[in-house]
Design a protein around this ligand. Structure first.
Ligand code: FPP
Length: 251
């Protein structure tokens, strides 16, 4: 049981109070094929890795975790693989709600819902409602998600003139994809590819990127810890100068 409030975790570890990690969980199919298994078996093992990762996140100070489960482009896959994935998402939501609740995890799903089946939508809504008041970790599953689609939808929503443009757009983007979250601090991709694949493009403007060759079914708590350790060793300047450079310039 890893329950402790988000901010207490962060404070006790001397960390920032918001820490958003996003993961492109790639490599399920290759992992299975390399072992003579069907691709869906890789996705099943991938669901286990999701469980491990959700458990491992809070002790590392992670307050928001967004996982890319199914992109708008994944509809191009064979119908049997798509159906199996949708089935897995439904099973995960139904079987995990208890553990999520017990551990203070709030679940939300981002992306389009109009192409999902009724039973999956019902499972999403039930899990979201059951965990709505949890505040330890915000777990976001991206299902039928495309960052470009979300940005295009947000651009069509009415703007508020009174807010600064960036803040106003952030709010609209939250409405367009079904939920809002702080900017991504660390974006991890497993499976060896080095691309963003239409994931959280706006929110990752200043994200630190971490690519690792390990296939998603083999992703361990220690991999997450290593990525977070590497993140903490990086200097984030957000377009400015390091503290050292700034003080040298001033003197
Ligand atoms: C990409 O690997 C992965 C996906 C398209 C699906 C991600 C799904 C899971 C991790 C399974 C369960 C998720 C939840 C939330 C229960 P790929 O199949 O494209 O791998 P490949 O590049 O090796 O073909």
């Amino acid at each position: 049981m890893y329950f402790m409030t988000q901010s207490r975790f962060a404070q006790s570890a001397g960390l920032e109070t918001s820490f958003h990690v996003a993961i492109i969980m790639d490599g399920n199919g290759r992992w299975a094929t390399a072992r003579g298994m069907r691709r869906i078996e890789g996705h099943r093992r991938g669901a286990r890795a999701v469980r491990r990762t959700v458990r491992a996140a809070p002790p590392l100070g992670i307050t928001t975790l967004t996982l890319f489960a199914f992109s708008c482009d994944n509809w191009k896959r064979p119908g049997s693989e798509v159906a199996a994935l949708m089935g897995l998402f439904g099973e995960y939501l139904a079987s995990e709600t208890g553990e999520l609740l017990e551990n203070g995890v709030r679940l939300s799903v981002i992306g389009r819902r109009d192409r999902l089946t009724e039973p999956l939508i019902a499972a999403i809504e039930a899990c979201e409602d059951a965990t709505a008041s949890a505040s330890h970790l915000h777990l976001r599953l991206a299902i039928d998600y495309s960052a470009r689609d979300a940005i295009a939808r947000a651009a069509r929503l009415p703007a508020s003139e009174s807010e600064p443009a960036i803040d106003a757009f952030r709010r609209r983007l939250g409405s367009a994809c079904g939920d809002s979250a702080p900017d991504v601090d660390l974006l991890i991709r497993t499976g060896g590819e080095r691309r963003l694949s239409d994931f959280l493009l706006w929110e990752s403007a200043y994200a630190e990127l971490f690519f690792l060759p390990r296939m998603w079914p083999e992703f361990r708590a220690s991999d997450l810890a290593a990525a977070v350790a590497e993140f903490r060793s990086r200097q984030r300047r957000f377009g400015g100068l390091s503290a050292e450079c700034s003080s040298r310039e001033r003197s």
